[in-house]
Design a protein around this ligand. Structure first.
Ligand code: OMP
Length: 236
């Protein structure tokens, strides 16, 4: 039987508009990746683009990282479910009431509801950045605190750095999904990411899904880059 987690690679469509996004997507294969639509592209191209991606056979992670009062956030998550996306996310730092309201609101969508994921500590942040917003705990401790809160609110998992995956799997259990950006094949540029890992190491560490942007989207041959990552991780 097909593993419902496959494909585990989520390509981040961080493009300024629909045209370059679709130009890239048309080189990819829905059997080999899912797609992530984030703030820039969604703000420009909106739900219509998501429908086009669905029409091309791709499942979509709508990465708008909602963070607002419970009523507003849960309504936004329900709008994402109406659009038929596979995964949607909120900031765990929005707190228990916000996350619980979102989870409750998705009940109405039954088994086909989107996976509801929370962002813990952004992978671009290190302990100095956390101190700057008044958090003196280490990134690992803050991630662990927010992941526990997320699981207690009944969400499906968290976005985190793959470096935190082993501890999170041990703490939160095998069913709690870990979505990890900051993935860099050995040959790729680190860019602005801080807490990075290779695809193979990330899966070994317990990541369920790998969010990969520039190493695929900026490659001269994006499908070859995607296939090289599949080759690298093999049967993991
Ligand atoms: O929620 C995310 O997807 C996310 C969370 C996070 O902590 N760090 C992070 O990089 N991301 C996203 O993951 C993608 C990473 O892209 P690349 O750095 O180009 O591989 C971007 O779309 C980011 O917005």
């Amino acid at each position: 039987m097909k593993n419902p987690d496959n494909p585990r690679i989520i390509v981040a469509l961080d493009f300024p508009s629909e045209r370059p996004a679709l130009a890239l997507v048309d080189q990819l294969d829905p059997a080999k990746c899912r797609l992530k639509v984030g703030k820039e592209l969604f703000t420009r191209s909106g739900p219509e683009l998501v429908r086009k991606l669905h029409g091309r056979g791709f499942e979509v992670f709508l990465d708008l990282k909602f963070h607002d009062i419970p009523n507003t956030t849960s309504a936004a998550v329900a709008a994402a479910a109406d659009l038929g996306v596979w995964m949607v996310n909120v900031h765990a730092s929005g707190g228990e009431k916000m996350m619980t309201a979102c989870r409750d609101r998705l009940e109405a969508f039954g088994k086909g509801r989107p996976l509801l994921i929370a962002v813990t500590v952004l992978t671009s942040m290190d302990s100095k950045d956390l101190a700057g917003i008044g958090i003196t705990d280490s990134p690992e401790a803050q991630v662990s605190r927010l992941a526990t809160l997320t699981r207690n609110c009944g969400l499906d998992g968290v976005v985190c750095s793959a470096q935190e995956a082993p501890a999170l799997k041990a703490e939160q259990g095998a069913d709690f999904k870990l979505i990890t950006p900051g993935i860099r094949p050995l040959s790729a540029d680190k860019g602005d990411q801080q807490r990075i890992m290779t695809p193979t190491d990330a899966l070994k560490a317990g990541s369920d899904y790998l969010v990969i942007g520039r190493p695929i989207t900026q490659a001269t041959d994006p499908l070859a880059a995607l296939e090289a990552i599949h080759g690298e991780v093999g049967s993991l």
